[in-house]
Ligand binder design. Structure first.
Ligand code: NAP
Ligand code: F7E
Length: 341
């Protein structure tokens, strides 16, 4: 019997890579998709199978983390072995504009899902997508024992989700874990996160379609890894003998400025000629420096990041140049996809 998994946030960057990984391992994969007036499934269209096919192994269900009753119904119907809660309003800057919505989905959404698991009586393992943003102002290096000091409504909502996940583990014996993931990127990264914003702009400037890129704080330090490696870590956390929380990170610091320089250099461009400052991209409170220590994940799960920021920047620039040259064709159909996953 193949295992069954439910992924919330399957249409996002991580959800799409995780769905690929689980399908490759023989899982039956169920994904929660928000209804929208235009399709929001571009990242998983290449995985889609007509549910009428007798051998279909991926199934999409309309639902939303704001709708607890729907979550109970779906949990009861699907009866999954593993639940991955990846859905969230995940943009830190946007969480200052939409703090209440962010709290409702990124925070309360998690307890709606945990309650749905409990009420439906499903015996599953549960993964919560926690974040290095929970560490916020705590100085690096950060690991599983570092004090949380969130600096945004997003970070605060993730702290809430972290603690309710631990509480359901302790109160109800649920195999529930927090993956505390540092920034991870890919050619599928949303276009307003800083890495993808940079690599898209590099491709467009190189092609003569744009001249300038407006940016905020270039001094922020991040620990950027490669998303396909991180979803492997999520899966390993749910295969462990006991439920524990784990940091996933590369431990390699990189400033936004260094990422910019690497990306522009790779395309033969001088970043200083093209980048301008705009204070609209500053946050009311910034997270200055995130550098993770993933020693526990390496020791217990054998997980270690191999792609670091400079290589990541080159992968993403190449993919955006390629995408621009293939414009008009859906990027997911391009043969280079296998190299990304
Ligand atoms: P992402 O690309 O922004 O994807 C977020 C997903 O959540 C999308 O599928 C989105 O659906 C869905 N979603 C948003 N609100 C929802 C709601 N109310 N109900 C149901 N689904 C909803 O994020 P990601 O980069 O893949 O990250 C996955 C998770 O890991 C997120 O929880 C994020 O906060 C967390 N995380 C990410 C990183 C990182 O560096 N990427 C690091 C640490 C933690 P639509 O496609 O319809 O918008
Ligand atoms: O910003 C600076 C910005 O938006 C990175 C999410 O996946 O990782 C992500 O959160 C840094 C910040 O990601 C621009 O101020 C400068 O210091 O790419 P970002 P993030 O805020 O680190 C964590 C781990 C998550 O959990 C989140 O879900 O870059 N920065 N100039 C800029 N950032 C953006 N977006 N745009 C700029 O123009």
């Amino acid at each position: 019997m193949s295992k069954r998994a439910l992924i919330t946030g399957i249409t996002g960057q991580d959800g799409s890579y995780l769905a690929e990984l689980l399908l490759s391992k023989g899982y039956e994969v169920h994904g929660l998709v928000r209804r929208s007036s235009s399709f929001n499934t571009q990242r998983i269209d290449h995985l889609y199978q007509d549910p009428h096919e007798p051998n279909a192994r991926i199934f999409l269900h309309y639902g939303d983390l704001s709708d607890g009753a729907r979550l109970v119904t779906l949990l009861s119907q699907i009866d999954p072995d593993e639940v991955y809660n990846l859905a969230a309003q995940s943009h830190v800057r946007v969480s200052f504009d939409e703090p209440e919505h962010t709290g409702d989905t990124t925070g309360i959404g998690s307890i709606r899902l945990l309650e749905a698991v409990r009420v439906a009586g499903v015996r599953c393992r549960f993964y919560q997508a926690s974040s290095s943003e929970m560490f916020g102002a705590s100085p690096p290096p950060q690991d599983e024992d570092t004090l949380f000091y969130p600096r945004s409504p997003y970070g605060a909502a993730k702290v809430y989700s972290y603690w309710v996940t631990r509480n359901y583990r302790e109160a109800y014996g649920l195999f529930a874990v927090n993956g505390i993931l540092f920034n991870h990127e890919s050619p599928r990264r949303g276009e307003t996160f800083v890495t993808r914003k940079i690599t898209r702009a590099v491709a467009r400037i190189r092609a003569g379609r744009e001249k300038l890129l407006y940016m905020g704080n270039l001094d922020a330090v991040r620990d950027w890894g490669y998303a396909p490696e991180y979803v492997e870590g999520m899966w390993r956390m749910l295969q462990a003998d006991e439920p524990k929380d784990y940091v996933l990170a590369t431990s390699t610091p990189c400033t936004v400025r260094q990422f910019l320089q690497t990306a522009f250099d790779h395309a033969g461009l001088d970043w200083e000629k093209h980048v301008r400052f705009d204070d609209r991209y500053l946050r009311p409170t910034e997270v200055d420096s995130l550098i993770g220590d993933a020693g526990r994940a390496e020791a217990d799960l054998g997980w270690k990041a191999t792609v670091h920021a400079p290589e990541l920047a080159r992968i993403m620039v190449d993919a955006d140049i390629d995408a621009l040259e293939c414009e008009g064709r859906p990027w997911i159909d391009r043969p280079s996809l296998s190299a990304w996953a």
